[in-house]
Design a protein around this ligand. Structure first.
Ligand SMILES: *Cc1c(COP(=O)(O)O)cnc(C)c1O
Length: 395
């Protein structure tokens, strides 16, 4: 039996995705910053990105950057989110670069950088319409003017972010406005801006279709690397693996039961009143993970099973024609939200699989785990697509 619940991380597929994306973006002079928040800055995954030639890694949490620094990973570390005033000291200590939108914060970073005798670099994030983070274009020159007077702070880039909150898509039009703006700023201040950070995995279609990427020379990619897709239409990018991650949970109950609850009904544990379709008597299988561990709505069973619902620690499946038994393992593919939550949950075992090496986060001394790893190795399962391990029953 495996170590359950677990997420299997195929490092070779991630390595492949990075290689393809690097080649693709590199052709138009764009470097990739690897965004590792989706994998909770897992250091084995981060290491694969670095080994694949990615020079800069970004995360929205300074605690994750601290973790990677302490794991002795060598990269340029970028804090993706404007720093909170309460974390300035750590930001200067652990991040090489932070993305910023507030002059007050930049002043505090400067004061702290003086104290720590360091130069802290910043990328100014500008608002292009998505209405999450970003300084309005008209306010940027005044900020730069002041930043140029601050000690120990260097403006090393300008960035923008779309399709995260408002769903605004990167188009020829808004990306042109961005590039023209950057060109003017460069000219006005004579700044050598190293990072013109043009967006995220949602910029793929713009990138593929535009004749000119303008000033953009950097792109921040998370989902494209890990799940192999662009994020405007959710389409798989040609030649990429979309199954580098596989979520596995174990059946803890499997019974023929009615499909509609009986008795007087009110709200469930999450305050929801659900309606139920009567399918008669069905095989209901429960796997031992739930909303506390993973964004259940982001899981898709690989076999023809259906997720009926979930509570904090249970997912209830309609097993349909699959005769699931207690102890069987059920595999799921993950959305970005499911990936993010599973990787962040301490209850989910993270198992890295690679042709070159296989290893496990945290429990590496556990004898059960050692046996498990030996068993998958002995079955030569290391590089088999995880879909083939639909129901795993490894003894
Ligand atoms: C999360 C994030 C990204 C990465 O987005 P993907 O869709 O995973 O590529 C890039 N930039 C910022 C500012 C982010 O917060």
């Amino acid at each position: 039996m495996g170590i359950n619940p677990r997420i299997e991380i195929n490092l070779d597929k991630i390595r492949h995705n990075v290689k393809v994306l690097k080649g693709l973006y590199g052709k138009k002079g764009i470097k990739i910053t690897g965004v590792v928040k989706g994998v909770f800055a897992n250091h084995k995954v981060a290491k694969v990105l670095i080994e694949s030639g990615i020079e800069s890694l970004a995360d929205s949490k300074i605690s994750n950057i601290e973790k990677m620094k302490k794991a002795n990973l060598k990269a340029i570390f970028i804090l993706l989110r404007t720093p909170a005033m309460s974390e300035i000291q750590k930001v200067v200590e652990f991040a090489d670069i932070s993305m910023n939108t507030e002059i007050e914060v930049i002043r505090a970073l400067s004061a702290e950088a003086v104290k720590q005798k360091k130069t802290h670099e910043i990328i100014l994030m500008v608002e292009m319409g998505d209405l999450r983070e970003g300084t309005l274009l008209k306010d940027v020159p005044a900020i730069i003017r002041e930043v140029l007077t601050l000690p120990c702070i260097k403006v090393s880039g300008i960035g923008t972010n779309l399709t995260c909150y408002g769903g605004v898509i990167p188009t020829e039009k808004n990306m042109d406005v961005f590039s023209t703006f950057v060109k003017n700023i460069k000219r006005q201040f004579g700044l050598p801006l190293t990072y013109i950070s043009g967006g995220n995995s949602a910029n793929y279609n713009w990138f593929m279709n535009t004749a000119d990427v303008g000033e953009v020379n950097n792109i921040r990619l998370g989902e494209a690397i890990f799940l192999g897709c662009e994020t405007v239409n959710g389409k798989t990018i040609p030649k990429l693996f979309s199954d580098a991650f596989c979520f596995i949970a174990e059946v803890i109950e499997s019974k023929l039961k009615p499909s509609v609850p009986y008795g007087q009904r009110g709200k469930n544990a999450f305050g929801e009143v659900l309606s139920f379709q009567d399918r008669g008597i069905i095989r209901r299988a429960i796997v031992g993970v739930g909303r506390q561990d993973v964004l259940v709505s982001g899981l898709t069973p690989i076999l023809p099973l259906e997720i009926l619902g979930s509570s904090s620690d249970h997912i209830i499946l309609d097993a349909k024609k699959v005769h699931l038994k207690v102890g069987n393992e059920v595999a799921f593919s993950l959305s970005y939200g499911a990936l993010l939550t599973a990787m962040t949950s301490p209850s989910i075992n993270k198992i890295c699989i690679s042709q070159m090496r296989e290893s496990v986060e945290d429990h590496s001394d556990s004898p059960t785990l050692k046996n498990f790893l030996t068993s998958i190795q002995s079955k030569n399962a290391l590089l088999e697509p995880v879909q083939n391990a639909l129901i795993l029953n490894r003894k």
